[in-house]
Design a protein around this ligand. Sequence first.
Ligand code: B12
Ligand code: SF4
Length: 503
Amino acid sequence: MKVAFVAPPVPAVPLSHMQRLYYFHLFASRAFTVFRHLDEQDFSRFWMLEPVHLGLLQLVSYLEQNGIECSYFGPISPEGKEVDREGVLLRKILERADEFDAIGFSSITASYGTAARMARRIREEYPQIPLILGGNHAWVRYEEVLRESVFDILVHKEGEETTLELLRAMEQRKSLHNVAGISFTEKGKILKTPDRPRMDRSVLPLIGYEHLEDNFTSRELGGEKRLSIPISRVTPLTGCTNDCVWCADFWKPKVTGQNPERFKEEVTYLMEQRNSRFFYLGTHDFLHHLGHAMDIAGQMGSLQPEMHWEAQTRVNPGATREHFRRLREADCRCLHVGVESGNQELLGIMGKNIMLPEVMRMLEYARKEGIETHTYWLIGSPLETYETARQTIDTMCSWLRSGLSSTAEINMLVGYPGTSFYERREQYDITWVDPDYSNYDGRNQPTYETTRLTKRDFEYLFHRAMDEYCSVMEETVGSKEQITEKLGHRFPNFDPAFMEAAF
Ligand code: B12
Ligand code: SF4
């Protein structure tokens, strides 16, 4: 059996001048701290990060291990130039469509429209090919998706075991009723089978990076044989024991670890074969179990040649200065911490379960031990008012000025379908939600209004936040001219398609 797997692009994001300036400063602040060892060539390869869809590539390697032949179709913008990524990708799939027994798309909310459009075109030309959709938008909105799109089958949550069973059932023309974790339409009725328990992910084979080039021409690869991944995301731990009301991450509520040998193998592969020069440990809660964190740090620190890395974590009040010293010794350059709001009451309402003084203490320990800190902030937290948003902006700016937070990011909160924030709107005084899912992306456009703040209020507050952020950055990092001169040729393309992958 041969299956095509498609990562449809999120539509290109139009940015305001203020947003461009914000990204410029965000990039510069990172370039001068954690990325300081990256050279011109590394920066010039940032556009190569775009087609890397970790979940889909992981699914592909698992299926291949189990005898299913796969071909991977990802979006790309050669040399960072804007192209019609959807059109190009669609054309490639249509050219090869008759080779495949099924075509599977992955989508988050923002790319759902693209996936549905592409699938419709394939259905018109190849009505016999079964079309499958996976990824978190598919299953949180399965009835709507099955009703409105041409997708035949949706894979819910974790994909590996479900997809393998599904494809085998399809191949043997067996009933789909016994395949756990899917939904589909039968005789005009939408059917959903029971969810499947989470699998032990430590048994998974290496992510199928070797499939990245399946459908790229040499020109699309910038004349190189392989795509480089100068900054790689690796996940030695997945999950989070917390449950913020707006969080669309379904790898909860457990924190589970990857097999340490496999993790080392993956990192080594990325260094040796993909020119990775920096690792972002995309765990949500790196310091959840301090012992495991120290073991992973030990592994990263033992990599030769010297490897720099950073990790995302929740605040762990049990972490001592000694822990941060050990992280520094293991070459950890930065910790990413979601703070979200400067208002303690809102942190309670959103279920963040952190105390600001504890966050500050952890950041202080990290800074004293020479680790950079990168904090995340939100405009539009549940029950936000003008005053609480101001508090968030002031706190972020004050932490940046004092150096408690070396760098920071501020975003508009997006209420994703499936989260309790989006589904229980009345509880959060929401009066309107944007019906256009393609806006649920990185463009930081308000996707809802409340009794307290309108779309225009959110826009104002968000731009205000970016303006003040840029002013602090000018004080601490330098003016645009100074930064440009200092960066010299180490200047990447600032298109958010790559920015998001890089930061
Ligand atoms: C790593 C990551 C990124 C990375 C890499 C993205 C990637 N595609 O690999 C980067 C930084 C680039 C990124 C960018 C963005 N991301 Co992101 N990202 C994540 C994160 C932290 C992990 C994703 C992951 O690797 N999961 C592990 C794998 C194994 O799971 P998976 O991808 O879901 O795939 C499994 C199943 O879903 C299923 N499956 C998936 N696709 C398919 C397809 C078929 C056919 C089948 C059968 C099965 C199947 O099988 C897979 C294996 O089990 C998630 C949060 C999370 N933990 O899920 C957010 C998350 C997916 N991202 C999110 C968002 C919003 C974005 C951005 C729009 C952010 C922005 N501000 O610009 C961009 C969009 C980029 C893009 N073009 O898609 C949201 C999506 C919310 C939503 N409902 O839409 C999430 C859930 C985070 C959140 N806010 O809660 N992201
Ligand atoms: S702490 Fe982060 S990963 Fe955990 S529930 Fe909250 S937003 Fe999601």
